[in-house]
Design a protein around this ligand. Structure first.
Ligand SMILES: [Zn+2]
Length: 181
């Protein structure tokens, strides 16, 4: 394809899927320039949508507390005292059924990375920070997204707090984190 044809292709795919042209160019320029062998596997943009009811099972209360009360809960093992968030129905060490424990919603970043490339759900938010947060009072890590103006300011050891969205859907994305002031 010549460059005018390629630009028309990018415009069409951008309008159809909402993928930024710069991403399309990065992913498909080589292919559209005719550099790939004719017999090499050909990849094109596509979209798959499946709508269904998803059950949270034993984690249901965690999501209801998030949606109804803007509160994070962990699951505490009555035997070893470990607290898990994300919650689990049974302790992975003792196999005991866990009990719900209200958390303060603050924590510390244990690991983080800046995302410049992502799936279509988050593509409009790049660059953003994906972090493993150890919530205060827990013994596990919660993977979450940070929403900050300056992604370079987020580091391991940064203290963070939960922020709850105004419209909460009963999903983990009802909460995000930002640095504690
Ligand atoms: Zn245990």
């Amino acid at each position: 394809m010549n460059s005018a044809e390629r630009e028309a292709w990018y415009r069409y795919q951008h309008e159809k899927y909402g993928i930024p042209v710069e991403h399309l160019r990065r992913e498909f320029e080589e292919e559209l320039s005719g550099k790939n062998p004719m017999d090499a596997p050909l990849e094109i943009p596509d979209k798959m949508e499946v709508v269904f009811k998803y059950s949270y099972g034993g984690q249901s209360r965690f999501f209801r507390e998030l949606r109804e009360n803007k509160t994070l809960y962990g699951a505490e093992c009555p035997e070893c005292g470990k607290v898990f968030c994300p919650p689990r129905s049974n302790c992975h060490t003792c196999y005991q059924p866990t009990q719900w424990k209200k958390l303060a919603g603050t924590g510390t970043i244990e690991a983080c990375t800046v995302q410049h490339y992502t799936t279509s759900s988050f593509i409009k938010k790049v660059p953003f920070v994906c972090a493993y947060v150890k919530l205060d009072g827990t013994d596990s890590l919660l993977m979450t997204n940070m929403e900050v103006d300056d992604v370079a300011g987020v580091k391991v050891g940064t203290k963070v707090k939960a922020v709850y969205r105004e419209l909460r859907l009963g999903a983990i994305t009802d909460v995000y984190f930002k640095p504690l002031d």
